[in-house]
Design a protein around this ligand. Structure first.
Ligand SMILES: C[S@@+](CC[C@H](N)C(=O)[O-])C[C@H]1O[C@@H](n2cnc3c(N)ncnc32)[C@H](O)[C@@H]1O
Length: 216
């Protein structure tokens, strides 16, 4: 069956949360993301744009770990995922003392009307589902929406896997980022824990971080 992103995610968004199984790979992915963001020399980001928030797993994670966030915009093309995200994140928002402006919107990134720039633009396991014919434009848009950091976590392998499900793609994120004039540096961090054979976890994922040039 051919992959039509809008149709696929509209359908899967209805059952995504119930079918989601939290496991060691997600645990490690979240730990590495939080540690990485906390170690950024300018970990003072206060505005965040999240692409493909799903049921709000990363939204909740960031809001509970970074009390400095004052504005958060999360979009997803699935209306069901957005409804689930609002519910999932609600208790976290309620416990926050300071002002927080949070907006959940049903939209694809392709049709999103960009109005401002954010300190952090983040997308976890979303870009790997963008069609190869659209990935460069989507990454370009994300970079244009950031004034400091763009972080994506996605499946990546070298050499690229020969077999992949129709909705999964290995994109050359580093090459795409470095070709953009707004990008200063790109970093690639493996989502991997080395341990004994039983304890090691390799999610076959990487965290990609594009550092955006400061505008004068
Ligand atoms: C695998 S889920 C990841 C959800 C969440 N980021 C997480 O890590 O738990 C991918 C999500 O991206 C959304 N998505 C895929 N392509 C998108 C696009 N072009 N624009 C907006 N959302 C998209 C899907 O609807 C889905 O909710």
């Amino acid at each position: 069956m051919s992959y039509v992103p809008q149709e696929y995610w509209f359908r899967h968004g209805k059952t995504y949360k119930e079918e989601f199984q939290y496991n060691k790979k997600f645990e490690l992915q979240e730990k590495i993301l939080i540690e990485y963001l906390k170690n950024l020399s300018v970990s003072s980001f206060s505005t965040v744009f999240e692409l493909g928030c799903g049921f709000g797993r990363i939204t909740k994670l960031l809001l509970s770990n970074f009390s400095n966030i004052t504005e958060y915009v999360a979009i997803d093309l699935s209306p069901h995922q957005i409804e689930n995200a609002k519910e999932f994140v609600k208790p976290t928002i309620e416990t926050r003392q300071q002002n927080l402006n949070i907006n959940f919107m049903v939209s694809s990134i392709q049709s999103f009307q960009m109005q401002k720039k954010y300190d952090l633009v983040v997308a976890s396991e979303v870009l790997m589902h963008v069609l190869p014919s659209e990935i460069e434009d989507v990454v370009h848009k994300l970079v244009s929406m950031s004034n400091e950091h763009v972080v994506n976590i996605d499946w990546y392998e070298e050499p690229p896997a020969t077999k992949a499900a129709p909705h999964n793609f290995i994109h050359q994120y580093e090459k795409i980022y470095v070709n953009l004039s707004q990008v200063n540096n790109v970093y690639r961090i493996p989502i991997m824990k080395k341990g004994s054979w039983l304890k090691s976890v390799d999610a076959k994922q990487y965290l990609f971080h594009a550092l955006i040039k400061k505008t004068q």
